[in-house]
Ligand binder design. Structure first.
Ligand SMILES: NC(=O)c1ccc[n+]([C@@H]2O[C@H](COP(=O)([O-])OP(=O)(O)OC[C@H]3O[C@@H](n4cnc5c(N)ncnc54)[C@H](OP(=O)(O)O)[C@@H]3O)[C@@H](O)[C@H]2O)c1
Length: 249
């Protein structure tokens, strides 16, 4: 991805990491389109940032994804970067009886099927661009799971594997695959308390380090900030069990 001049679609761009990335990429001279379900949130980002455009899109709705993909490439024929960022994170007690899989089903639909469907719908267009990137926002929990959020952790592991496989399938084409792997960051992913949690990385610091990695190496495959390295490289470092225990006391 070049430093500027891209046309970038960011799902879940109305808040948190998606919004902050959208603003950073727009400031760097890119055209940015954000999507999400809550049009009021999207509008407030558009109002605050000249140059950011928005469209409603629920990534759990296959027919909306098809329609959206058709219209976005008509309106933005230069679209060359897709950042699959929208996601949900819910606590689940897998041992509860009777079993309730509603959170698991919603998580799979949003965090796995959503990015797969959107990516598949846009890949024919992206492959026609001279320089394109598909990015997936996964998580450090893809590499060391948090026991309280089993399906969330599994969904991020799944998208890590998907990104690695897609990168291999797309070798020799103009489309690069990037994985953005955040640590615990101050957003409202799990509610307002997370945005104020001193144990979470401040959002502005996270975005500054992430942008510096991407702009310093436009073809970077995995964007791993310092804070996330203990999780991402736990297996490689031979301390997975120790990190798992710290994460799950
Ligand atoms: N914050 C962290 O600690 C952390 C750590 C690792 C990874 N991540 C990942 O970072 C990404 C962004 O999360 P965040 O922390 O920035 O939290 P966030 O502020 O809650 O952002 C999540 C975004 O996803 C959108 N979204 C959720 N369900 C959707 C759906 N069905 N269709 C379309 N959009 C949907 C939400 O917008 P609407 O409600 O408007 O749809 C929201 O803007 C997620 O993939 C998350 O898993 C976050």
């Amino acid at each position: 991805m070049t430093k500027s001049g891209n046309t970038i679609l960011i799902t879940g761009g109305g808040s948190g990491i998606g919004r902050a990335l959208a603003e950073a990429f727009a400031r760097a001279g890119n055209t940015v389109i954000i999507t999400g379900r809550d049009v009021k949130k999207l509008q407030s980002v558009v109002d605050a940032n000249a140059g950011i455009r928005s469209a409603a899109l629920d990534v759990t709705d296959p027919s909306s994804i098809e329609t959206f993909a058709r219209t976005v490439v008509q309106e933005f024929p230069g679209l060359n970067v897709v950042i699959n960022n929208a996601g949900i994170m819910q606590i689940e007690d897998v041992t509860a009886a009777p079993a309730n899989l509603s959170a698991a089903e919603a998580t799979v639909a949003t965090n796995i099927l959503g990015p797969m469907r959107l990516t598949s719908a846009l890949l024919p267009h992206l492959q026609k661009q001279p320089d394109a990137t598909v990015a997936f926002v996964t998580s450090g929990l893809a590499f060391v799971p948090m026991a309280a959020t089993p399906t969330y952790s599994a969904s991020k592991s799944a998208m890590h594997a998907y990104a690695v496989a897609l990168r291999h399938q797309l070798r020799g084409t103009s489309v690069k695959v990037m994985e953005i792997i955040p640590p615990y960051v101050q957003t409202e992913l799990m509610g307002p308390q997370q945005a104020a949690d001193p144990h979470a990385m401040p959002l502005a610091d996270y975005i500054a380090e992430t942008m510096s990695i991407i702009q310093g190496n436009p073809d970077v495959e995995e964007v791993v900030v310092e804070r996330c390295k203990p999780l991402r490289y736990a297996v490689k470092n031979g301390n997975f069990d120790q990190i798992f225990k710290i994460l799950n006391p």
